[in-house]
Design a protein around this ligand. Structure first.
Ligand code: ADP
Ligand code: ASP
Ligand code: MG
Length: 817
């Protein structure tokens, strides 16, 4: 025999009640001899509405409109689902209920008083009306009987959270069941009554508990909880989109998860089921074929370290501190008995190792009262200054990771704190129960959504990890990156388990945001039509306030402006990927600050494309250094523009035409002198030198100009081109000299003995840089380990395609951590 409990949404509309009846028909067909018992909740939203009406009435406010609406909702459902000739008895009985409810609310209004006892009576009408109604509707198909559970579930008088007298209740349930053997019982969830027959309730969400009480009393083979999700999931699916259904859980795990907020099942439900070893199956009314989640004694071994993550939003913590008191035996006993006596529910307790303070969490509504009772109880200790005044912290949340496997799996808390830390979530207090089935942390409420998603990503690695990127700059590189990301999204998700959502884009005109990701099919339109004008400080502020997990700031500009914000971005625990060299080649102190901030806040600062575009130069240097190698010498050609020039400045070519050609092909800056002066090259050498461990400044890099002074002094780009013609002899000389000696011209950067320089050289065939085509870059590292033959990296070192690819690779590396 089974118990089938249907929750608020499952009885919330005519449509869902039809589905419920179909589920029931199937069950009755399958086990005809063994009729199920049905337990029902109030229609969704009704309990909350009843509470609101009672509270309003107590303030003297009218409730007539809401009551009429409530009545109409039930009446309409009856009219939809019952034949006209059968409607009258159902409507009459419902009407009697609503009349009682009205009298009751009127009484509250007159007295302006709402006791816990009256409140329980008011809210009992939710379950009484829904169950009565459904039993009448079901009577069309089965012999059905309405059961007001307050007649059989006997409790104490703790209104709102009544304790069940199990023995008596079980007797009464068995009696009732046997008297009605041939009928299906439709039982009101949630309610009971005390010795004097006054209505009590079992706590919010308590209909699940009613089902378990009936299940235990009748030795049911199974307790089914029908709700609106696919069973118990790894996290609340409203908060964590990637949450998935669990096939099984132990009673302890279900208890811990639900105690810490997994609302899908009410925690006390597990106790009667556990004692009688009755499996609880959580199923989805709206997807009845889905197998759901089984809660039972023994589960198959799983390789997941945790089963799920749950949370309670909006709690307060109280901190009791005092050197003279805390830690003395008996103190915490006295404190917590006091709170129990006052019926203040303590959700979580932590004690610092110094034993100078005890911190505990309570519902916000209990905070002030808890403080008052403690300060009253310990008045003498306060006066004697053995105890400080109780401190309160509000707007907090608890996040708990739960699973029996945690006991055997080392590193669970490490992983939890790593993912919280990387996302800038500050942990106020930690509690690990002695059972080791649960680690709970207290964090700020505003961080909860981010923390849940980040922790979920960290533990359920078989799932896709989502990176939230905020991108600055929509020039060549930015555009190309978006195209590459768009084209590669499916592959990334499948092979690397990484999903990139572009949560923000800004260029110098506009900015747009979307936490769910701006579509890369039409980002240009989205940005054009976005209401917000570009505003970098506002962009950064918005990025921070969106508080998304696994956040990355991507700077695809060449402007000095964004670099001023790097430090604060890193400090807000957001990683940075940048192709912009200006930040790293500014003052050494700034370069160092970026690195230190990233390290301190546990985030990444990646800039592979600062040198040699997508070529793996920075990474290689970092790997060499990290593995204990030491750089003796670096030689490099890192200007694609100049390589192109020298590779084409030969034979009959003159220098002027060669520069023109380079410009036409898009290899130079608008003013070619920006390349020819060597400034860009200098920046790259400076960054390399710094990464190799030398604290150099811009002025420490000596640059031999390849241009005569007259060319450098030209007033405009036009004048500059004229000066190239005027100075033609200078360039022709260089070329002829090189060619006559069988050499080629190369502009080479060098780092040796901590000194960085860029010089114009003529190299012969024997030199590794002799053979260099197009706009290629080349770099050779001579190190303690690569001494005989240096380590050489060569390839295209400029262009939007390869640079964007480098930015892309950096982004994925952020995701890998
Ligand atoms: P019912 O009215 O059927 O009793 P509840 O609203 O009490 O349903 O509980 C179901 C809801 O619990 C789901 O809609 C879901 O949003 C929420 N929930 C919270 N945590 C979890 C979780 N870990 N797994 C599944 N659902 C959860
Ligand atoms: N109707 C009650 C509530 O909303 C009990 C339940 O649905 O389980 O809390
Ligand atoms: Mg519920």
């Amino acid at each position: 025999m089974k118990i089938l409990k249907f929750g608020g949404t499952s009885v919330g509309s005519a449509q869902s009640i039809k589905t419920l009846l179909n589920i029931l028909k199937d069950e009755v067909k399958q086990s005809a001899a063994d009729k199920p018992v049905v337990v029902l909740s109030a229609m969704s939203g009704v309990t909350n509405l009843l509470i609101a009406m009672a509270e309003e009435a107590a303030k003297g406010n009218d409730f007539a409109a809401q009551l009429a609406e409530l009545e109409k909702r039930h009446f309409d459902t009856v009219k939809t689902l019952l034949e006209i000739r059968d409607q009258n008895p159902a409507l009459t009985r419902l009407k009697i209920n609503f009349n009682h409810l009205e009298e009751l609310l009127q009484g509250i209004l007159t007295l302006r008083e709402l006791t816990q006892k009256t409140r329980d009576l008011v809210i009992s009408y939710g379950e009484r009306c829904s169950t009565l109604m459904i039993s009448k509707i079901a009577a069309q198909y089965f012999p059905s009987v309405f059961v007001d559970a307050s007649e059989v579930i006997k409790t104490d008088s703790t209104f709102g959270q009544a304790k069940v007298n199990t023995e008596l209740t079980e007797q009464l349930i068995c009696g009732l069941y046997h008297e009605n053997k041939d009928q299906i019982l439709f039982v009101t969830g949630f309610i009971g009554s005390n010795d004097s027959g006054q209505i009590t309730t079992l706590g919010r969400g308590g209909s699940d508990y009613t089902a378990a009480i009936f299940g235990a009393a009748l030795n049911a083979s199974e307790i089914q909880i029908w709700t609106d999700v696919n069973g118990m999931m790894t996290a609340d699916p409203r908060m964590v989109k990637k949450a998935f259904s669990l096939s099984e859980l132990t009673y302890t795990e279900a208890m811990e998860l639900s105690y810490f907020g997994a609302k899908v099942i009410y925690p006390p439900t597990m106790i009667p089921a556990f004692l009688k070893k009755i499996p609880i199956v959580i199923k989805n009314t709206f997807e009845p074929e889905f197998v759901g989640t089984v809660i039972q004694h023994d589960c198959k071994p799983s390789n997941l370290a945790i089963k799920g993550i749950s949370s309670i939003n909006n709690i307060s913590i109280l901190n009791v501190e005092g050197s003279g008191m805390v830690g003395k035996s008996g103190f915490s006993g006295r404190l917590f008995s006091l709170l129990a006596r006052e019926q203040i529910n303590v959700i979580l307790i932590t004690q610092s190792s110094s034993e100078h303070s005890i911190t505990f969490a309570v519902q916000p509504g209990d905070t002030e009262r808890a403080r008052q009772v403690i300060e009253h109880e310990f008045e003498l200790e306060l006066l004697a200054k053995k105890l400080e005044h109780v401190e309160i912290e509000k707007d907090l949340a608890i996040l708990a990771v739960v699973g029996e496997n945690m006991k055997e799996t080392p590193g669970v808390s490490g992983k939890l704190f790593h993912s919280l830390g990387r996302n800038g979530v500050n942990v106020r207090a930690i509690a690990q129960g002695s059972s080791e089935y649960n680690i709970s942390v207290i964090i700020s409420s505003t961080d909860l959504a981010k923390a849940l998603n980040a922790v979920h990503d960290a533990f359920f690695v078989q799932l896709t990890k989502t990176l939230h990127a905020f991108c600055l700059g929509t020039g060549n590189i930015g555009k190309t990156l978006f195209r590459q990301l768009n084209g590669h999204a499916a592959f990334l998700q499948e092979n690397n388990g990484i999903q990139v959502k572009i949560a923000g884009i800004s260029n110098t005109r506009k900015m747009a945001f979307n936490a769910d990701g701006i579509s890369l099919d039409n980002w240009e339109e989205t940005l054009d039509q976005a209401p917000d004008q570009a505003d970098l400080p506002a962009f950064i502020a918005k990025m921070k306030s969106m508080n998304l997990p696994n956040c990355v700031f991507i700077d695809n500009t060449a402007s000095p402006v964004p670099t001023a914000f790097y430090e604060q971005v890193l400090k807000s625990t957001i990683s940075i990927v940048t192709c912009n060299k200006i930040g790293n080649s500014g003052p050494y102190q700034q370069y160092k600050t970026f690195r230190d901030s990233a390290r301190q806040h546990g985030v990444d600062f990646f800039y592979e494309t600062n040198v040699g575009a997508g070529l793996p130069i920075i990474r290689t240097l970092k790997d060499l250094m990290n593995s204990g190698d030491r750089v003796q010498k670096i030689e490099a050609i890192l200007s694609g523009t100049i390589s192109f020039l020298f590779n084409n400045f030969k034979g009959d070519a003159n220098f002027h035409d060669t520069v023109k050609l380079a410009q036409e092909k898009g290899y130079t800056e608008p003013d070619p002198r920006d390349d020819l002066r060597g400034t860009d090259f200098m920046r790259k050498m400076l960054i390399l030198a710094r990464d190799a461990g030398y604290a150099l400044e811009t002025s420490d890099v000596s640059i031999e100009s390849m241009l005569p002074q007259a060319c450098l002094d030209a007033a405009s780009v036009d004048d500059f081109y004229k000066s190239l013609i005027a100075e033609d002899a200078h360039f022709a000389n260089l070329k002829n000299k090189a060619e006559s000696e069988g050499k080629v011209l190369r502009y080479i950067g060098k780092l040796e003995n901590g000194k960085a320089s860029i010089t114009l050289e003529m190299v012969d065939e024997s030199h590794p840089f002799y053979m260099l085509s197009g706009s290629d870059n080349i770099i050779s590292f001579t190190t303690d380990r690569y001494k005989e033959r240096p380590l050489v990296i060569k390839g295209p070192g400029a262009g939007a395609e390869v640079t964007a690819a480098g930015v892309f690779a950096d982004l994925i590396n952020v995701g890998a951590n």
